[in-house]
Design a protein around this ligand. Sequence first.
Ligand code: ATP
Length: 356
Amino acid sequence: MARITLDHIRHAYGPNPTSDKDYALREVDHEWNDGGAYALLGPSGCGKTTLLNIISGLLQPSHGRILFDGKDVTNLPTQARNIAQVFQFPVIYDTMTVYDNLAFPLRNRGVAEPEVDRRVRDILEMIDLMPMARRKAQGLTADQKQKISLGRGLVRNDVNAILFDEPLTVIDPHMKWVLRSQLKRLHKQFGFTMVYVTHDQTEALTFADKVVVMYEGEIVQIGTPSELFERPSHTFVGYFIGSPGMNVLPAKLDGNRATVGGETLSLDYAPKAAAGAKTELGIRPEFIRIGREGMPVTITRVEDIGRQKIVRATFEGQPIAIVVTEDSEIPAEARVTFDPAAINIYANSWRVGREG
Ligand code: ATP
């Protein structure tokens, strides 16, 4: 397995890019740890597949280099990079048996037959296809075929990295959950370097130890699920992670005070934003307390979502969401307080750190 260095990578599909808008990837400059499980998460068109294809060698970046364990592989074709890939749709040999499909990548590399058998059986157990081992892949369901694809990605243990491009799209919801948990377990057990593309936050947050959030061709944050939740680096991460997303309100700053409309809130630090920057206050719906004390709000709707309720309200002319437990009382003349420790301040959409 390898450490992956993305050294000042930019990519434009068209010729002669001039502005940032011409780049599908603007500038990616990161190092990903050997044995890390990374999920690339972001909306359609943000550049996830472009980045994955640059890592796999299907695409040459317009600028920058990619290194595996310090070795420059930018100009190496996919076959020479020693990676396994699992795509959105199954890539398998229909005329081979399920067993032989899984054995193929190992036999191809001259692995001894007893070892092939041991690993194929392990994978068959994991993907729950042992009873079908001797059947031809032809005629299996899309779901079963994709499980074979996944298995083929996992069967070798000598690869630099395993790359997954939305591999669970064709899998039914229950099986999705099972496979995701198994992938996580396998990762813990074998320490594969995994890169997993998805636009589904649940998938990213359950699978990865580091989630790489992309937006408009940029990586806006790499963090653990709790970092993304508690300290979103960019307002986009705040909106995109969480359901409902973070409330982002226009705010004026003055020392350790923030003013939203006519209300002034005390902060537990004094954020320093550049003069003239657009400043905003971010607070997740889970950290707003509703009761008879605090700042007035007008409640517009209450949605019951099982053990919790989402309260939609207007605060200083801005729509906000508040999450409360199902048994919470919501007074007619409701007021709210924001937990100061959970407030994030943004300048031009980027978080202004507590660090100063
Ligand atoms: P999705 O989740 O829809 O697959 P994505 O995050 O993987 O999206 P990319 O497929 O990497 O995004 O696309 C990033 C940008 O590059 C988009 O604006 C897309 O239209 C553009 N793009 C992707 N492939 C090509 C191509 N072959 N030629 C020209 N433009 C492309």
